[in-house]
Design a protein around this ligand. Structure first.
Ligand SMILES: NC(=O)c1ccc[n+]([C@@H]2O[C@H](COP(=O)([O-])OP(=O)(O)OC[C@H]3O[C@@H](n4cnc5c(N)ncnc54)[C@H](O)[C@@H]3O)[C@@H](O)[C@H]2O)c1
Length: 320
């Protein structure tokens, strides 16, 4: 199948990521079928997308007519056979559990068209492991979007052990036609590129809380007002080049023995989970999250990110 022939996308899982991925394709003119096992999540999709679109409209990036047309491209499906009907590419965004993903893909394959392409939005699980129950593993791969998926341009495209080159390239081309900036991950390693980088930093951030080195707000601030601010402009390896490879090497030689190398989650996180301090969704995590603050914060996040994207280096702008 060629990217130019694809006009209908199926999305399984209508949560935080699924509804945003639906918005990406629907607002780029694709027909989108979306399904969730939980009818409340499914029915919430149009309102969630309307709410996401407010910032785009305020910034003049989309008209009310285009929002209505985008929403009109979305079909809420109450069954999996309904979801697969006509879908040429099916993207799974269900909860991050290997057994669940394997079972969902087995079922999807039993209903889907014979040449349908299957994508998982897993954050970190091996693509090859998820594909183990499929008859046609050559049509299976990872497409890892970043939250918020309707704003951030990067999608990591992960080649499983059995993924065919043709399917891999078709999906990269499809993502470009939906305004995304695909990154090719040629080896299927847990966490792919972005989550290996991100969670290496989070391990250190949580370890510093555990050791009482600083308050969470100050750890966040050093990223937001320090090196994080340049991350939209410079990647870590560009930064190393500008700082000097010799200096980077010296810092690594001195610093690495002091960094966290734990292979298990911090006891700090264990305690927070036990106390239901799960972050914004339960109102408390490292910070307090009353509902009004959470909503305002998410809107301001999207607005800030969209403004940054409009100002980026010309060579980085092809996405979104
Ligand atoms: N949250 C993030 O920042 C983020 C970023 C990138 C990737 N991901 C990945 O995306 C996937 C989804 O994450 P999320 O944050 O959207 O989770 P979520 O909990 O918001 O949504 C998951 C949805 O899947 C539905 N679901 C569960 N079992 C199902 C089934 N058998 N059939 C259909 N629907 C089913 C649930 O009802 C729920 O609505 C996970 O694999 C996650 O790791 C998440």
């Amino acid at each position: 199948m060629q990217a130019k022939d694809i006009n209908t996308i199926g999305i399984v899982g209508a949560g935080l990521m699924g509804h945003g991925i639906a918005q990406v394709f629907a607002f780029h003119g694709f027909q989108v079928n979306i399904y969730d096992v939980d009818p409340t999540m499914l029915l919430a999709v149009p309102d969630r997308i309307r709410e996401n679109a407010v910032v785009f409209e305020e910034l003049g990036l989309v008209t009310p007519e285009a929002i209505a047309a985008g929403l009109n491209n979305i079909t809420l499906c109450t069954t999996l056979p309904g979801l697969t009907d006509g879908a040429q590419v099916i993207i799974e965004a269900v909860s991050e559990k290997l057994d669940l993903k394997i079972a969902v893909f087995r079922e999807i394959e039993s209903y889907a068209a014979e040449d349908a392409i299957f994508c998982s939005n897993t954050s970190a699980i091996s693509i090859t492991d998820i594909s183990q129950g499929l008859d046609h593993r050559e049509r299976f791969l990872g497409t890892h979007y970043w939250n918020p998926p309707h704003v951030l341009p990067c999608v990591e495209v992960i080649k499983g052990e059995a993924t065919s080159n043709e399917v891999f390239e078709t999906v990269c081309e499809l993502l470009q036609s939906a305004g995304k900036d695909p990154v090719r991950v040629l080896k299927d390693v847990p966490g792919f590129l972005g989550n290996r980088l991100q969670h290496a930093m989070w391990r250190e951030a949580v370890a510093m809380v555990e050791m009482g080195i600083a308050h969470p707000a100050d750890i966040d601030k050093v990223v937001k007002n320090g090196f994080g601010l340049r991350c939209a402009f410079l990647g870590p390896l560009e930064t190393a080049d500008l700082a000097g490879i010799d200096l980077s090497r010296e810092v690594h030689a001195y610093l690495f023995p002091f960094l966290s190398s734990t292979t298990t989650p911090s006891p700090v996180l264990d305690t927070m989970c036990r106390e239901n301090k799960l972050g914004a969704k339960t109102g408390q995590g490292f910070h307090d999250w009353p509902e009004a603050k959470r909503r305002g914060f998410v809107k301001q996040r999207d607005e800030t990110l969209l403004k940054i994207l409009s100002m980026r280096r010309p060579d980085e702008k092809e996405g979104r």
